[in-house]
Design a protein around this ligand. Structure first.
Ligand code: PXP
Length: 265
C-alpha cells in the first residue's frame, strides 16, 4: 500500500536578531554573515532579513553582504520590507531572490499584524508589479489569515502569501482555548490561497511547540523563523537550534498526509 506524504517544507532562517545583539554595542560582532553561513550549514534553505525603515537590526551594508553571500552559496535571500518608495528602490537595486512586503510602524516591537492588502491595494499592487517585473523577485505579502486579505493578495498580483502565525503561536504558548480556532483559520486561509494559485508561506512567533501543527498544513511550503531560534542559540548554539527545528519540520512532513503528529489540537 502506498503512503502519501506531504510535500517538502523549506526553512527560511531570519537573522535579524543577530544584528540586534551586534547593534547593542555598535561594533561588528556577532557577525551577521557568519550567522547566515552557519544557518545554511545547519539546514536552512534560505536566509530572511528585514531591512526596517529605522534600521534597528540589519542595515544597508548588511544587505550588500547578504546579497553577495547568498549568491555565492546559491541560496535564496528573502528581503522583508515595508511598501515605501525607498524600500522598493533598494530592492530593485539589490535584486534579492524574494521580497516579502510587511506592514511597519516605527513604535512596534515587531511586525504586529498583517499587511492590509484589501484596504491598500492601490499602492501595494504597483509595488508588487515593479518588484516582480523589474526586480525579478518572487513577491509575497505578509497577511493575517483572513479570507478578504487572501483574495486581495491574489488580485494584487502577489505570487506568495505569508500567513501571520503570531496570534496562533501566542495562544498555544499561553494554553489559550483560542489556539485550535486560530490554527483552523490558518489552515482555511492556506487552502483558499493555494486554490487561487498562490504559494503559501507562514511565519512569526514559531517555536519548537508550534512548528509541528503549522508544518502539518499541507499547503504551506515555507516557514520563516527568527527570534526563537536566535534566542535558543544562546543556550545550545545556532547550528543545534536550527538543526532541531529542521528535524521537527521534516518529521511533521514525513508523516502520512492527514495523520496528526504528536500533540496537534
Ligand atoms: N515572517 C515575517 C514576514 C516577519 O516579519 C517575521 C519577523 O521579522 C518573521 C517571519 C519571523 O518571526 P519571528 O522572528 O517571530 O520568528
Amino acid at each position: 500500500m502506498s503512503v502519501t506524504t506531504l510535500p517538502p517544507l523549506r526553512l527560511g532562517v531570519n537573522i535579524d536578531h543577530v544584528a540586534t545583539v551586534r547593534n547593542a554595542r555598535g561594533g561588528s560582532a556577532p557577525d551577521l554573515i557568519r550567522a547566515a553561513e552557519l544557518a545554511i550549514a545547519a539546514g536552512a534553505d534560505g536566509i530572511t532579513a528585514h531591512l526596517r525603515e529605522d534600521r534597528r537590526h540589519i542595515r544597508d551594508a548588511d544587505l550588500d553582504r547578504l546579497v553577495a553571500l547568498t549568491r555565492t552559496v546559491e541560496r535564496p535571500l528573502n528581503l522583508e520590507m515595508a511598501v515605501t518608495d525607498e524600500m522598493v528602490a533598494i530592492a530593485l537595486a539589490h535584486r534579492p531572490h524574494a521580497v516579502c512586503l510587511v506592514p511597519e510602524r516605527r513604535e512596534e516591537r515587531t511586525t504586529e499584524g498583517g499587511l492590509d492588502v484589501a484596504g491598500q491595494h492601490n499602492w501595494i499592487t504597483p509595488a508588487i508589479r515593479r518588484l516582480h517585473e523589474e526586480g525579478g523577485a518572487r513577491v509575497s505579502v505578509f497577511i493575517a489569515a483572513d479570507p478578504d486579505q487572501v483574495s486581495a493578495s491574489a488580485d494584487a498580483g502577489a505570487q506568495v502569501v505569508e500567513l501571520h502565525t503570531g496570534a496562533y503561536c501566542d495562544a498555544l504558548r499561553e494554553g489559550s482555548s483560542d489556539a485550535g480556532r486560530l490554527l483552523e483559520g490558518l489552515h482555511a486561509a492556506a487552502v483558499q490561497a493555494a486554490a487561487l494559485g498562490l504559494e503559501v508561506h507562514a511565519g512569526h512567533g514559531i517555536d519548537y511547540d508550534s512548528v509541528t501543527p503549522v508544518a502539518l498544513i499541507p499547503e504551506v511550503v515555507e516557514l520563516n523563523i527568527g527570534h526563537f531560534l536566535i534566542g535558543e542559540a544562546i543556550f545550545v548554539g545556532l547550528e543545534a537550534a536550527i538543526g532541531r527545528m529542521r528535524r521537527l519540520m521534516d518529521t511533521a512532513r514525513a508523516a502520512p498526509a492527514g495523520e496528526p503528529v504528536g500533540g496537534i489540537g
